[in-house]
Write a protein that binds this ligand. Sequence first.
Ligand SMILES: [Zn+2]
Length: 267
Amino acid sequence: MIDTHCHLTFPEFAGRVGEVLAGAAAVGVHSAITISTTTADAIQATELAAMHPRLFATAGVHPLYADSPCDWAELERAGGHPKCVAWGELGLDNYYDTPTAAQQRAVLEAQLAHIRQWTARGLAKPIVIHCRKAFADLVPILRASGLPGDRFVFHCFTGDSLDVRMVLDLGAFVSFTGVLTFPGAPEVRAAAKLVPIDRVMVETDSPFLSPQPVRGVKPNEPRFVVHVAAALAVARGGDPAALNAQLDENAVRFFGAALRQPRLGDS
Ligand SMILES: [Zn+2]
């Protein structure tokens, strides 16, 4: 299993990333992707990934950091790092009004324009999307970007069935967190049933959103992605082991072969 989205550069994990990844590996979570939120964080994320063989990184500016200093040249450099598997996370967050919608949108559009240039220069990578209460605003912007729809994953999906149809019509992947396990989120479980089996992924979004039955454990950690996968199996029905194998296959197809589970004897 792979935790496709966590934030191991956050202070909650300072000095204990090796221990956290070992704890994940002990329960079968062989790899994790630490997602960046700012230019400085992207550099830190790639440096952290360089220190841990089964940790990968991304490079992007989160909408809630749209008012932080941003250096596109540095972001491109981080994107070129051998352990950097994706751009992101980027998108829109209408739940919070700071940074303003205009600030978020400006950084999103500039970032998509840069990703188009970087793609043309040989850095074609999948793109991790943050979308909170913003599907109707965001999906048309992504469509207009000209980037292929199947290159996007909508991470931490918290929408309903109508929202997920919009995302699937774009051709994107959909990724679920511990929100899927929360009693108050039946609409997220209903949406999870609608995602084709080859376009679904799981993640923790650590240090946030600890899933049931460890919701009280803070911080959340990559090892707890097993609870998200178990909840997905319950929501969708079917064999949990087969679903887990499919989830791994989807993450490898989306993020690249480097994420493949190392075989015994591989270093
Ligand atoms: Zn995140």
